[in-house]
Design a protein around this ligand. Sequence first.
Ligand SMILES: Nc1ncnc2c1ncn2[C@@H]1O[C@H](COP(=O)(O)OP(=O)(O)OP(=O)(O)O)[C@@H](O)[C@H]1O
Length: 356
Amino acid sequence: MSIDIEGISKTFGGFTALDNVSLKVPSGELVALLGPSGSGKTSLLRIIAGLEAPDSGRILFDGEEATKRQVQERQVGFVFQHYALFRHMTVFDNIAFGLTVKPKKIRPGKQEIRDKVNKLLHLIQLENLADRYPAQLSGGQRQRVALARALAVEPQVLLLDEPFGALDAKVRLELRRWLRRLHDEIHVTSVFVTHDQEEALEVADRIVVMNNGRIEQQGTPSEVYDHPATPFVYDFLGNVNLFQGRVHEGTAQMGGLNLSSPENASAHDAPAVGYVRSHDIAIERQAGDPGAIKAEVRYLLSVGPLVRVDLLLPDGNRTIEVDLTREEAERLQLTIGEQVFARPRKMRVFVDDYQI
Ligand SMILES: Nc1ncnc2c1ncn2[C@@H]1O[C@H](COP(=O)(O)OP(=O)(O)OP(=O)(O)O)[C@@H](O)[C@H]1O
């Protein structure tokens, strides 16, 4: 089922939580709402679910107005961060719950319920834990049961609010990959709220980046990561270094770097900020290139497959972060205190609202 969100606004007291948000979720897509705390993700999810009414705007399911429909009529399934399972019920009974409480007329028969729960147990790979109680499960297993319980009633839309938020990093990673594979199998239209950019990049077909109750950008994971539309998106998705400077008659002067910019820059003489991802900076021993700045190695730290290098810039009080692959780091054999040259391979310059 597709979801159309049209011009949704919501205020709480005088505070605007959602400001004229419009978004289309095609049928079968898994969309991540990504943004910092308080950006309006949960409010939007609750409005889609019917748990909250918008002040203005409409929600359409498969092209039909659903704004006034009750929660029960919307056929949505939920998984929350702390979705308490029924403690006194086994895993099996928890999953079966939504089916067993259906009105008698539409309730499936006992065997049908059993078959369905077994299928779901298979889907969440917990067949052998059907008789356990929630207290006897790990956090990750509980969230898989919560997901199976949500899926049991065959929702048209699945809404997930930080479903892995309470789990430790390794389990989170496993579960998000598992969720991605599961979604590829069942293709239920899903909206997934997260503030974790890596999670969004890995799980979603499309990412909607939210900030202050508005959508900053939406696109595929590679679109938003490789082509951030705004400084906020740049900053929020990945490690970034900022170079303060100016654009002036066709060039950008950024923290000791002179860059010739594409045509439109000549229209400006204005303060600007250059954004460079930490893995988009090369470290070299020779000056060689006018696009490189002298810097001093301040700190070296191995972080998994990368080596993070802090470089002190010539002004003596600003540092930039560079991520090298282990291979590059081994080749360079950097030592703390030595002088090197940093060369941004890719810089994006933003002049107020204008982007070069
Ligand atoms: N029922 C409410 N009453 C008053 N203010 C609310 C209510 N619900 C949300 N807000 C406010 O609206 C803003 C958006 O909240 P929302 O929960 O949608 O953000 P979020 O992006 O999901 O954040 P988080 O990741 O922290 O859950 C916040 O500033 C929040 O305090």
